[in-house]
Design a protein around this ligand. Structure first.
Ligand code: ATP
Ligand code: MG
Length: 567
C-alpha cells in the first residue's frame, strides 16, 4: 500500500504512476531541462503548516528524490504584513519533523532586486505601466467572467513616465494603495488573470528579512515563476486553484526571456472531513482565542499533531495512500486515524492509567505491603522488554469497570464476581461502600495469592481483565481528552449570516484527573504510550512537569476505519 514509487519508476512501470510522475517521467525521457528534475516547496510564512501542506511536501520532496533531483524550501515571503519569523522557524521545523530535509533554504525576498530590475525591463518594453486607479476601481475596470474589462486611463502613459513613477514608488514617495505597477497584457482576455494583473503594490511595512529596504512588494504571480527560474526549478507543483494562473506564470517568464522556463503542474488539494485546512481560518481560531495557539492539539497543524503524539509516519502513509490527482475530493479523517492507530499499535509501549478512578481495597492482602509485578511493555514488539510495577492492597480501577447490577455479558467486576487484574492477581468483589448520597466510593475485594501474573494454578478461568494502579505509588496526572474541533463534516458550510466558528464543537476538550503508574513520570514528551484499554496518550511538551504531569490524548483505541471498511 505504501510501496515506494521509486521502485516502480525505475522499472518504468509508468502505468502505475500518478499523472504528475508520468509528466515528469516523460520530460526526463525527452531530455527536457537536460533530463534534470528540481522541485521546491514554497510556503508563505504567514502561519503554521497544516496537514494539507504535507500532501504538497511529500509530492515535492518525493518526486525530487525519486528522479535523483533536489527539492528546496523557498519561503514565499512577499507580503510583510502577514508574515513573521516565528512562522519561518516553525515551518522549517515541521518539514523536518515530517521527515524531509530541504537541499537549500531560499527566500523569495532574496530576489527583490532582480525582480525589480526585470519589472523595469518590462516597463521599457512597453509591457508594464504604473496605474493610479485605486483597488476598487481596478476591480471595477477588470470586468467579469462574461464582460471584458476596460482599460485604465493610465494604461498608455509614456514609458518614461512609468519608469519615473516606479522609481519613486520604490523610493517611498507615495502612500499605500495610491499606485501599482501593472503588466500590460489584455483587458479583454477570457482569463481574468491576464487582464493587466498587478505586479507591485506599495506597502510601507517592515519585512522580517529585508527590514525597511523596500516599500513596494511583488505580487505572488510576479514573484513565483521568476523565483522558480532563478533557483533552477524544473517542475513547479501547486494546487488546482493556480491552474488559471499558469498562462500568467508562462507569460512573465516569456517576457523576461530567461533560459530556464519551469513547468507548472497543478494537483488537487487535500481536504479532510471535520477539518479546516486553510491558514486564513486557522489564524482566526488562534487570534480569537477559540484554541490555545497554533499548536493546540485539536488543530490540524503539523505542530499540533506532533504535540499530540501523532507519528509523522502516519501522515506520510496517508499522503502515499491518497496519491495525487487532478480532481478535488475530501478524504475521510478516519483514514488518518487508521494510520495513526496502525503505527502506534506497533510502536507504543503500554502503561497503566486509570482515567476515572474508583478505590479498591484488598482485605486479605498484608496491610502496608508492596510488591512488584512484571508487565510486558509492548505485546507487538518483543524487543520493547518489560518493566515492574508496584502492587499493593489499595488500588484504583476504572469506575466503569465495576457495575453493581451488571447486565448479562458484563464480564468486568461486579459483586461476587472474579476478574483478572492485568499482570496482577484475580480479585473478587465482596462489598460495595457508598457515601451518604449513594455514590460508590470504594470496593472491598479479596485476592487469590495463587494467581500472580494472572493465571490460576487450578485452571479456573475468568472472563474479564481490567487495568489498575497501586494507590500508594500512583501519580496524579491531568489528562486532556480531545474530540473533533468541528461538529460537521465540512466546517466551512454554515448558513448565511453565520460563521464557520458556529460549527465548533463545544466539547472538543475534556479534562480529567487520572492515576497513572509511576513509570509515567519518565516518559518523553510527545512520544505516545498506550494506556491499556483506554487509548494512546503522550506527555504534553508545553505544560507537563515532574510536579504536574499533563497528558494529551493522541487517539482512542476504537477503530472507526475498520467499521467503515466493514460497511
Ligand atoms: P492556506 O490557504 O492554508 O494558507 P496556501 O496554499 O495559501 O494555503 P501556502 O503557504 O501558499 O499556503 O502553500 C504552500 C504550498 O502548499 C503551495 O504549493 C500550496 O499549493 C500547498 N498547499 C496548501 N494547502 C494545501 C492542501 N490543502 N493540499 C495540498 N497542498 C496544499
Ligand atoms: Mg497562500
Amino acid at each position: 500500500m505504501t510501496e515506494k514509487i521509486s521502485e516502480t519508476s525505475k522499472n518504468e512501470e509508468s502505468a502505475s504512476l500518478d499523472f504528475v510522475r508520468e509528466l515528469v517521467t516523460e520530460d526526463v525521457r525527452k531530455g527536457r531541462f537536460g533530463g534534470r528534475v528540481q522541485t521546491r516547496f514554497p510556503p508563505e510564512p504567514n502561519g503554521y503548516l497544516h496537514i494539507g501542506h504535507s500532501k504538497a511536501i511529500c509530492l515535492d520532496f518525493d518526486v525530487a528524490s525519486e528522479f535523483g533531483g533536489v527539492c528546496n524550501l523557498r519561503f514565499d515571503d512577499t507580503n510583510p504584513v502577514k508574515e513573521e519569523q516565528e512562522f519561518v522557524d516553525a515551518q522549517l521545523e515541521d518539514i523536518r519533523w515530517l521527515g524531509f530535509e530541504p537541499a537549500n533554504v531560499y527566500y523569495a525576498s532574496d530576489y527583490f532586486e532582480q525582480l525589480y530590475d526585470w519589472a523595469v525591463d518590462l516597463i521599457k518594453q512597453g509591457k508594464a505601466y504604473v496605474d493610479e486607479l485605486d483597488a476598487d476601481q481596478i476591480r471595477e475596470y477588470r470586468g467579469t467572467l462574461t464582460e471584458p474589462g476596460r482599460e485604465s486611463p493610465y494604461r498608455n502613459r509614456p514609458v518614461e513616465e512609468s519608469l519615473d513613477l516606479f522609481a519613486r514608488m520604490r523610493a517611498g514617495e507615495f502612500t499605500d494603495g495610491s499606485k501599482v505597477l501593472r503588466a500590460k497584457i489584455d483587458m479583454a482576455s477570457g482569463n481574468i488573470n491576464l487582464r493587466d494583473p498587478v505586479m507591485y503594490r506599495i506597502r510601507h511595512a517592515h519585512h522580517q528579512r529585508t527590514g525597511d529596504a523596500w516599500c513596494i512588494y511583488p505580487m505572488y504571480d510576479w514573484a513565483h515563476g521568476q523565483s522558480d527560474s532563478i533557483e533552477g526549478v524544473t517542475h513547479s507543483f501547486c494546487t488546482l486553484e493556480y491552474e488559471d494562473h499558469r498562462p500568467l506564470y508562462d507569460w512573465y517568464l516569456a517576457q523576461i526571456g530567461v533560459d530556464l522556463h519551469p513547468q507548472q503542474i497543478e494537483f488537487a488539494r487535500l481536504a479532510l472531513t471535520y477539518t479546516l485546512l486553510s491558514k486564513r481560518y486557522l489564524r482566526r481560531l488562534v487570534e480569537e482565542g477559540f484554541v490555545d495557539g497554533w499548536d493546540d492539539p485539536r488543530m490540524p497543524t503539523l505542530a499540533a499533531l506532533r504535540r499530540r503524539g501523532v507519528p509523522s509516519k502516519a501522515i506520510r502513509d496517508l499522503c502515499n495512500q491518497i496519491g495525487v490527482s487532478k480532481t478535488n475530493s475530501t478524504v475521510d479523517i478516519a483514514l488518518l486515524e487508521y494510520y495513526i492507530r496502525q503505527e502506534l499499535n506497533l510502536k507504543a509501549n503500554r502503561i497503566m492509567g486509570v482515567l476515572d478512578p474508583l478505590k479498591v481495597v484488598i482485605t486479605n492482602y498484608p496491610v502496608g505491603h508492596v510488591e512488584e509485578v512484571e508487565a510486558v511493555n509492548n505485546p507487538e514488539d518483543e524487543s520493547a522488554g518489560s518493566r515492574v510495577i508496584p502492587f499493593s492492597g489499595e488500588l484504583y480501577i476504572e469506575r466503569d469497570d465495576f457495575m453493581e447490577d451488571p447486565p448479562r455479558k458484563y464480564f468486568r467486576l461486579s459483586p461476587g464476581n472474579e476478574v483478572r487484574l492485568r499482570w496482577g492477581y484475580f480479585i473478587k468483589c465482596e462489598e460495595v461502600i457508598k457515601d451518604e448520597n449513594g455514590e460508590i466510593v470504594e470496593l472491598r475485594c479479596t485476592y487469590d495469592p495463587e494467581t500472580k501474573g494472572g493465571y490460576a494454578p487450578d485452571g479456573r478461568k475468568v472472563k474479564g481483565t481490567i487495568h489498575w494502579v497501586s494507590a500508594g505509588q500512583a501519580l496524579d496526572a491531568e489528562v486532556r481528552l480531545y474530540d473533533r474541533l468541528f461538529n460537521v463534516e465540512d466546517p466551512t458550510d454554515f448558513p448565511a449570516g453565520g460563521d464557520f466558528t458556529d460549527n465548533l464543537n463545544p466539547d472538543s476538550l475534556q479534562l480529567v484527573t487520572a492515576k497513572v503508574e509511576p513509570s509515567a513520570a519518565e516518559l518523553t514528551p510527545g512520544v505516545p504510550v498506550q494506556f491499556e484499554r483506554k487509548g494512546y496518550f503522550c506527555l504534553d511538551g508545553k505544560h507537563s512537569s515532574p510536579e504536574h504531569l499533563v497528558f494529551n490524548q493522541t487517539i482512542g483505541l476504537r477503530d472507526s476505519w475498520a467499521k467503515i471498511q466493514a460497511k
